[in-house]
Design a protein. Structure first.
Length: 148
């Protein structure tokens, strides 16, 4: 059998590409005498035909760096690529904004209950939830000032 054909059969048996098959150059005569798939299996068992090792990159350094980042290392100014806005999740910024507005609404309710009552507490609460206000300042202006 030709070496090329033997390589192809070995690739099928070992479930790899033809390029990953290595035939011992000293034993080429033995390989050329092989006739069947069973013969090829025997040569694989004898380690005349081998599967080349895959060249994979080590993940050790990545794991170590990840561990350091968990501790807060490697996160300085020089490592940052995006703006502050892009580095923080949108949901987190939303949560922070809404929670701040709700705290402000409670403060306004304590300090100026008449103004809050006028607009309706639950109505203001729903407006906060709906994203009506840009921030705390806009909420205060809306409640204390006469904007509608």
């Amino acid at each position: 059998m030709e070496l090329k054909k033997a390589k192809e059969l070995a690739a099928i048996i070992l479930k790899v590409g033809v390029g990953k098959i290595h035939i011992d150059p000293k034993q080429e005569k033995k390989v050329s005498e092989a006739m069947t798939k069973d013969d090829i299996r025997g040569l694989i068992a004898e380690r005349i035909i081998k599967k080349r090792q895959t060249n994979e990159q080590s993940k050790g350094r990545v794991r170590k760096a990840k561990e350091q980042r968990k501790k807060g290392r490697k996160r300085g100014q020089g490592k940052r690529k995006g703006t502050k806005k892009t580095r923080i999740e949108k949901k987190k910024t939303w949560m922070n904004k809404v929670r701040a507005q709700r705290r402000t609404l409670l403060e306004l309710k304590k300090d100026n209950p008449k103004a809050v009552e006028e607009k309706g507490y639950s109505n203001l609460y729903k407006k906060i939830k709906g994203g009506f206000f840009k921030g705390k300042k806009y909420l205060k202006d809306y409640v204390e000032g006469g904007k509608q």
